[in-house]
Design a protein around this ligand. Structure first.
Ligand SMILES: Cc1cc2nc3c(=O)[nH]c(=O)nc-3n(C[C@H](O)[C@H](O)[C@H](O)COP(=O)(O)O)c2cc1C
Ligand code: SF4
Ligand code: SF4
Length: 248
């Protein structure tokens, strides 16, 4: 069983690749309005795929795992996609699963193209191509079982709660803006996993004070009308789908 959560498609791509090889149920967390119950076959592996978020995982996936029920689980493999560095993301998810009485997971880090344009530049198309090709090789090794699992060291594990606490602050929606190029297509509202966006007078309006900060709305807007604070306006947009079409 493969359960994934993805904003800009990196983790979705990983989940699809796993599914090609291992088959079984492929479950998108965004297709659930509420947490759910999952029953595994005897000796079936549970794969969890999600993106790194301030050295942890995002609120949406964390809450989904916390509140869902997982039965007959004997082995868990977690793949966390990230833009550069996982920090103590392995420790974060390990604790989440152990607290639920689930087995200790094997965790892999997979560096892909970052989507966190609030803090970082999105790489150029040439750099994206190199990253995508390298990530494919690492993913093949994960699937074949020849990739080394990721283990953060003691110091990084101590620092992780502090770094992840910054995520809570970044979840505010007040810095979102929409400019005059908006064509009122409603895609941002449709894509938002937490229903934080409503359309008012044909323009998006962030109705929740906090969201998942996944940046799905910002990166999927077809006319790049959405920004967050001052930094994203001058940066590229990114989705795995458009990147793979352009660079592969
Ligand atoms: C709120 C947020 C926080 C992030 N924090 C980190 C981070 O701490 N380290 C990192 O390497 N990448 C970070 N990223 C980048 C994503 O983990 C990375 O781009 C991931 O592959 C996106 O996966 P997706 O396309 O499946 O959504 C962050 C992205 C977001 C939206
Ligand atoms: S996705 Fe972009 S163009 Fe479409 S409604 Fe939202 S802001 Fe406007
Ligand atoms: S408002 Fe945008 S960033 Fe926030 S959860 Fe919805 S899609 Fe993600």
């Amino acid at each position: 069983m493969i359960i994934y959560y993805s904003s800009t498609g990196n983790s979705k791509h990983v989940a699809l690749r796993l599914h090609e090889t291992f088959k079984g149920d492929l479950i998108d967390v965004c297709s659930f309005e509420k947490p759910a119950s999952f029953y595994l076959e005897d000796n079936e592996t549970l794969y969890l795929v999600t993106f790194n978020c301030f050295w942890g995982i995002s609120n949406q996936m964390e809450t989904f795992i916390q509140k869902s029920e997982f039965c007959n689980v004997s082995k868990i493999i977690v793949i966390i996609t990230c833009g550069g560095y996982l920090g103590g993301g392995d420790a974060f998810i390990e604790k989440l699963l152990l607290d639920k009485g689930l087995p200790k997971p094997i965790v892999y880090s997979l560096v892909m193209v970052t989507n966190y344009s609030i803090l970082h530049n999105i790489p150029s198309l040439e750099a994206q191509k190199k990253k995508v090709i390298h990530a494919e090789k690492v993913l093949s090794k994960i699937i074949q079982g020849t990739q080394k699992p990721y283990h953060s060291n003691w110091l990084i594990r101590q620092l992780t709660p502090k770094i992840h606490a910054e995520y809570e602050k970044s979840r505010i929606t007040s810095p979102f803006t929409v400019n005059s190029s908006c064509i009122s297509c409603g895609l941002c509202k449709k894509k938002c996993p937490v229903h934080a966006i409503e359309m008012k007078e044909n323009k998006p309006f962030w109705v929740l004070p906090k969201c998942d900060n996944c940046l799905c709305c910002l990166h999927h807007c077809p006319v790049e009308a959405i920004n967050y604070g001052d930094s994203t306006g001058k940066r590229l947009r990114y989705t795995y789908e458009s990147c793979s079409q352009r660079v592969l």
